[in-house]
Design a protein around this ligand. Structure first.
Ligand code: NDP
Length: 447
């Protein structure tokens, strides 16, 4: 494994996020390779993307000035199904970040039990502060190149940071025009044109369904549990909503400028206010304190510091903003304050040092590739509905999502036990996700 990791470092020395994701997986896989040495070649192949597409995205802003962004699609692994994974529009987007996300996606998609390979894409375009017209022109320009590389049986992108319903709509419209066909080419679509009900809620709801299963292994539940949530975007909003449904109390949320603490709890009414603020792009989370008495706002230091959001005493912590937002020091604060469970809503929000602290202290820890898989699982359900030309009800989709999350939990839990690491969901998820992909790759001749 060390040789394989060194190869990654040598080939792409400037990709720290990708190194971090690969190192974590390779560490988990050692016992599997001892049992199945025949899968070693699959590991070597897996760390190299099947295809990386990088392209120019020229578009005109409202002043008629040419802007040029960079677009990407990483088609990481298609052994068990069409490439599947989101598009991220954020100024920090680069190959390292997208490769880490695409790599994680391979294992995550495998864990859902659905036939989906792994991919990821996006652009360094920043939708913040842009008008609707500018976002539309950018999305159209982005799709003008991407469309030739994707397809309902080839690669089906979805949303991620900076890509929500509005962007998916513009991207879908342009694809349809260029390809001259109406097909399930993107997920996260609006319900009027092929989107699945519950897809917007799915990642946040799925996260809490997973955490509920994890808590149950220690005879605990969300009833009366105090929870911290970071972020205030798609994942954070619906994670908070599901915690409320299950009788828990959410006391924090954040955006990239800072975080709010409401010891009285962010109830349904307050959460609806946050959803309106963020989803209609009306303002920043700091405005919460002017609306709701007893709450405080703390400005963040340059990212990824949260200035103490993780210092708030809680039973359950749900990081739902971005990668590496919980560091070692913050993990210690959570541990000292007696946190019972930490479940990742975002992708890789906890640094490896933070994860080590959780394991040392016997804190239940759910890695994003297992606990946030509900989003892509429901995207898989959207693909099925598109192929069937049918639409399932909210209840049907939610029930399927819930079952999938229970199965992912069971699979990760039991796999960790089988390989001698009981309670280690990181190892359990990595190994369970890996085995299916490695078997498929090996059967297909590792091409
Ligand atoms: P959104 O864009 O809807 O929300 C992201 C939230 O995180 C916003 O509140 C944003 O603040 C904050 N944020 C973004 N970047 C930073 C940063 N660098 N520092 C601090 N805060 C930041 O994205 P999603 O909710 O969709 O995604 C959140 C995470 O969940 C990502 O890691 C994503 O990959 C992961 N995920 C998402 C899935 C989905 O279905 N959407 C599925 C699986 C994983 P601001 O408002 O200021 O931008």
């Amino acid at each position: 494994m060390k040789i394989i990791y060194d190869e990654v470092l040598l080939r792409d020395p400037n990709q720290p996020e990708f190194h971090q994701a690969v190192e974590e997986v390779l560490t988990s896989l050692s016992p599997v390779i001892q049992e199945h040495p025949g899968y070693l070649p699959a590991v070597r192949a897996m760390i190299e993307a099947e295809r990386i597409i990088q392209f120019r995205v020229p578009w005109y802003d409202d002043k008629g000035k040419l802007q040029v962004n960079r677009g990407f699609r990483i088609q990481m692994n298609g052994a068990i199904g069409p490439y599947k994974g989101g598009l991220r529009f954020h100024p920090s987007v680069n190959q390292s970040i997208l490769k880490f996300l695409a790599f994680e996606q391979v294992f995550k998609n495998s864990l859902t039990g659905l036939p989906m390979g792994g991919g990821k894409g996006g652009s360094d375009f920043n939708p913040k502060g842009k008008t609707d017209g500018e976002v539309m022109r950018f999305c159209q320009a982005f799709m003008m190149e991407l469309w030739r590389h994707i397809g309902a049986n080839l690669d089906v992108p979805a949303g991620d940071i900076g890509v929500g319903g509005r962007e998916i709509g513009y991207l879908f419209g342009m694809y349809k025009k260029l390809a001259n066909e109406f097909t399930g080419i993107l997920t996260g679509k609006g319900p009027s044109y092929g989107g699945s009900l519950i897809r917007p809620e799915a990642t946040g709801y799925g996260l809490v369904y997973f955490a509920k299963e994890m808590l149950a292994t220690k005879d605990k539940s969300f009833e009366g549990a105090v929870c911290s949530v970071s972020g205030s975007g798609n994942v954070a909003q619906f994670a908070a909503e599901k915690v409320l449904h299950l009788g828990g109390k959410v006391v924090t949320m954040s955006d990239s400028s800072g975080w709010i603490h409401d010891p009285l709890g962010i109830n349904k009414e307050k959460l609806e206010w946050i959803m309106d603020l963020k989803n209609n792009r009306r303002g920043r989370i700091s405005e919460y304190v002017g609306q709701f008495e007893g709450s405080t706002y703390t400005k963040s230091e340059p990212e990824p510091a949260f200035n103490g959001l993780w210092g708030v005493k809680v039973d359950v912590a749900l990081p739902c903003a971005t990668q590496n937002e919980v560091n070692e020091q913050e993990a210690k604060l959570l541990a000292d304050n007696g946190v019972i469970a930490v479940a990742e809503g975002a992708n890789m929000p906890c640094t490896p040092e933070a994860v080590a602290i959780f394991h040392e202290h016997g804190i239940l820890f759910a890695p994003g590739k297992a606990s946030n898989a509900g989003g892509v699982a429901t995207s898989g359900l959207e693909m099925s509905q598109n192929s069937l030309r049918l639409a399932w009800s909210s209840e049907e989709v939610d029930e399927k999502l819930h079952k999938i999350m229970i199965n992912i939990h069971k699979n990760a839990y039991e796999t960790a036990e089988k390989y001698g690491m009981p309670g280690n969901y990181v190892a359990g998820a990595n190994i369970a996700g890996f085995l299916k992909v490695a078997e498929a790759m090996t059967a297909q001749g590792l091409i």
